[in-house]
Design a protein around this ligand. Structure first.
Ligand code: HEM
Length: 232
């Protein structure tokens, strides 16, 4: 009988070289689609839409949750899962992991630019709220992780024994920053919910369900990475 462990990478079964995604990974991908749909309905239908150049400042504000949730939180979650679940060689998985995180990093910078420009254009002060403190710390730690990991694991790259020792710290730090991203997004949603005076109705439900599904996405990504493969 073939050894199950050698036949299976985390989050997927390999049958004759073709991986079948595990239910947990599939669930996380479905949450990605559901959250993106809810967010787009919220920003495009209930709110003013998205634009960098419009005279309507609210369109600029909307780019903040758009880039932060889809570009940063969801894509970096996919980047985390990609390393262990996509059906490819270790080298390809590594490049894909790095590429998705680069999109996550780029999006977080664009999302921050949008909110700082919005605050500036509307004459508001910066970094007064808990959301903004957690948010700025998250993006700073994420950028630091990307730079250090690039130097250690890619170019110029540390010696093999040092890389092997750093891998568990890379995983732990990465998961911690990812969950900080989830907390940032949740606090941002709550803040906007209150600022808009939402209580009942469709829009309130959309904002709350976006937050709930984000939490589930975070838990799913955490389980895919941390659980031993035999558990799911
Ligand atoms: C990973 C996700 C997020 C991060 C890292 C993040 C980060 C930040 C930062 C650093 C600021 C401060 C900007 C300033 O002071 O000029 C800010 C402001 C703001 N963000 Fe987010 N944000 C995230 C997601 C969201 C989401 C999903 C919403 C919901 C609409 C949101 C709503 C707001 C609001 C209303 C402000 C202005 C008030 C304030 O400074 O707290 N954010 N965000």
């Amino acid at each position: 009988m073939a050894d199950k462990g050698s036949n299976r990478s985390r989050g997927s079964y390999r049958t004759a070289g073709v991986p079948v995604p595990s239910l947990l990974t599939l669930f996380a991908h479905l949450l990605f689609i559901a959250i993106t749909t809810l967010l787009l309905v919220w920003l495009l239908h209930f709110r003013d839409g998205l634009s960098f150049t419009s005279t309507n400042n609210l369109k600029l504000f909307n780019l903040h949750p758009f880039f932060m949730i889809i570009g940063f939180v969801l894509i970096s979650g996919e980047a985390i899962m990609a390393f262990t679940t996509i059906p490819a060689t270790r080298r390809t998985r590594k490049y894909f992991h790095m590429f998705l995180h680069l999109i996550g990093l780029g999006s977080s910078i664009v999302g921050l630019f949008a909110i700082f420009k919005f605050q500036h254009d509307t004459g508001k002060s910066n970094l007064l709220t808990l959301h903004s403190w957690i948010g700025i710390s998250t993006v700073s730690l994420y950028a630091l992780l990307y730079i250090v990991s690039f130097l250690v694991f890619f170019f110029p790259g540390a010696q093999n024994w040092r890389r092997a020792r750093l891998v568990p710290w890379h995983v732990l730090y990465g998961i911690a920053v990812f969950f900080m991203g989830i907390v940032s997004a949740e606090t941002g949603l709550i803040q906007k919910f209150i600022a808009l005076g939402l209580q009942k109705g469709q829009e309130a439900l959309i904002v709350n369900f976006t937050g709930l599904l984000l939490l589930l996405f975070g838990i799913s990504v955490g389980l895919v990475v941390l659980l031993p493969v035999s558990y799911y």
